[in-house]
Structures are given as C-alpha cells and as structure tokens.
Design a protein around this ligand. Structure first.
Ligand SMILES: O=C(O)[C@H](O)[C@H](O)COP(=O)(O)O
Ligand SMILES: [Mg+2]
Length: 285
C-alpha cells in the first residue's frame, strides 16, 4: 500500500491508468455536498482523455436521477443505455430501473405500504405474480414493508435480491445505516441469503464490462470503503485507490487484520488531492 504524497506519485497514476472507476458516496460527494476539488479533478481526467465510470451501491436513485444529480452538481456523466412482478424495499431508484427493464413492481414508494399503521396479516392478499423481492437502501422503511416482503420470501421460488450489503453509508451530515442494515431483518426472518448485486460482487463489474471495453491492468477503482470498493477493484484485477473522505479511516487502515484482498494499492486523503496535477499541469500532458 503506497501513500500518495508527491506530485510524481500523482503523475504516475495519470501515466499508468486509462480507465478510472469512481465510487460516489464518500468519494465524489457526501449527500448533496461535493468533495472539494472533485469536479476539477474529474474535468482534468477528461482532458487527459481518461475513461470515467461511476460505480455506486446507492440504489435510492435510478441512473436517470443520478444523471440529474450529476448535472445539478456540475459533474459531467452519461447514463448507460438498457417477468414476474417484483416487491420492492427501496425508493424511486429501484422502481425506475425496474420500470426501464419492463418489470412491474409493488411496495417501494406506494403510499399503501408507507404507513405506520400496524400490519394485519388477515387483511393482506399476496400477489401471486410476485417472483422476486428486491431490497436496497430505503429511508422510509417500516414494519408493513418487512411483513409483506417476508410473506413473499417464505416461498423459496421467490428470488431474494439485494442491491448491496453495505452496513453504513456517509450521508452528508454523518454516517447512517446502509442498504445491508435495511436488508438484515429479512435475512434473519426468512433465514435466506440474498443475491447481492452491488460492490464487491463481480455482478456489477460484469454489467460494466458488458457496456464498456477496458483493460483491467490500465484501470483503477477509486473508493472510500475497503470491503466494497477496494475488494471489488481487486476482484476485477484493477488497481485500487482508497480516499479517506468516507467510511474507511486512517485508523482503520492501521488494523493488522485487514484481509489481503481489501488492501488498496494506493491511499490519499481525498480525491481533491489530485488537483496538484490540475494546477501545475501533468508531466504526461
Ligand atoms: O447502503 C447503501 O446504499 C450504500 O452504503 C451507499 O449509499 C453506497 O454508495 P457508494 O459509496 O457505493 O456510492
Ligand atoms: Mg462510498
């Protein structure tokens, strides 16, 4: 693991990597606040003709909504172009993505399920067409949604899919429970383990590879979390750069029991540190 310190260290990255995969929460932004210098660095990388891909586990927004968020924050980004019903624990992000893929869904933001009234199983008629429960970060999670999802999951033929297993996430003002923590009660109740599609699982990388051509040896994954971003990059044979603006702290890195597949190749306090290249111009330009 190399701490990036000098101008030469950052220059080396520019020379060595053509494809840069960026985690979002904790790397590009915290909630609605951009990490200082992030835009300048992204713009600089674009000027250097680097291929930039955003890889987030946060399913509260669809790719279209992320595009709007990127636009609002002034970050240039392009949306990647893409039969039974799905019961959703999550927000509009999952709903819009399912709709785009042609799936009908229940739950999610439906006001009927966003209630704090006690759940009465005798009043519940399961939809026999539900073939999957998809669970992601849901900031309005409640007992009714858990009860309905659990009823569907009692049928082993009903798929159980999680967008990610992140325990926490950096939410602007502080660290909050993440998608994995929302999913945990369902795992306990159903005694089932979901298929998790987000980082560090290779499903996400397979989807990216289906849309983008890149050489793993000339690619780098930039993230704020060892057990998702860094493990994801290493599994895919990419180089990895950890920033300390999100979940993983300097103290965490000093632990002696970090598994080998989670040790990043490089560490720098913030993505904004790469501004050193912008101000002086890269030796590679
Ligand atoms: O639980 C979640 O959804 C995630 O922890 C979180 O939002 C991750 O976002 P990322 O850091 O992958 O952009
Ligand atoms: Mg993150």
């Amino acid at each position: 693991m190399q701490n990036l310190i000098s101008r030469e260290d950052y220059d080396r990255l520019i020379l060595d990597y053509d494809t840069w995969l960026f985690d979002c929460d904790g790397v590009i932004w915290h909630g609605d606040h951009l990490i200082e210098g992030a835009i300048e660095v992204l713009n600089y990388l674009r000027r250097q003709k680097k291929h930039i891909i955003f890889v987030t586990n946060n399913a509260t927004k669809s790719r279209q909504s992320y595009k709007k968020k990127f636009d609002k924050l002034g970050v240039q980004a392009d949306v990647l172009p893409k039969n039974k019903k799905v019961y959703v624990i999550g927000e509009t992000g999952i709903e819009e993505e399912l709709a785009e893929e042609g799936y009908q869904y229940l739950g999610g933001t439906d006001p009927e399920d966003n209630t704090l009234k006690p759940f009465k199983i005798e009043n519940f008629t399961p939809d026999l067409d539900v073939g999957a429960v998809v669970c992601g970060l849901d900031t309005s999670i409640n007992y009714t949604k858990y009860c309905k999802a659990y009823q569907y999951l009692r049928n082993n033929d009903c798929l159980f899919v999680a967008t990610n297993e992140d325990s926490t996430y950096p939410a602007g003002g502080g660290i909050l429970p993440g998608g994995g923590s929302i999913m945990a009660p369902l795992v306990l109740a159903s005694k089932r383990k979901p298929v998790a599609t987000g980082k560090p699982n290779t499903t996400m990388l397979d989807c990216i590879r289906a849309k983008h051509n890149f050489d793993p040896k000339r690619s780098i994954m930039i993230g704020d979390r060892l057990e998702t971003d860094i493990e994801f990059g290493k599994k895919g044979g990419l180089s990895t750069l950890l920033v300390l603006t999100g979940i993983t702290s300097k103290e965490d890195l000093q632990q002696s029991d970090i598994p080998q597949d989670r040790i990043p190749d490089f560490v720098t306090p913030s993505l904004g540190d790469l501004r050193i290249l912008v101000s002086k111009g890269s030796s590679s330009s």
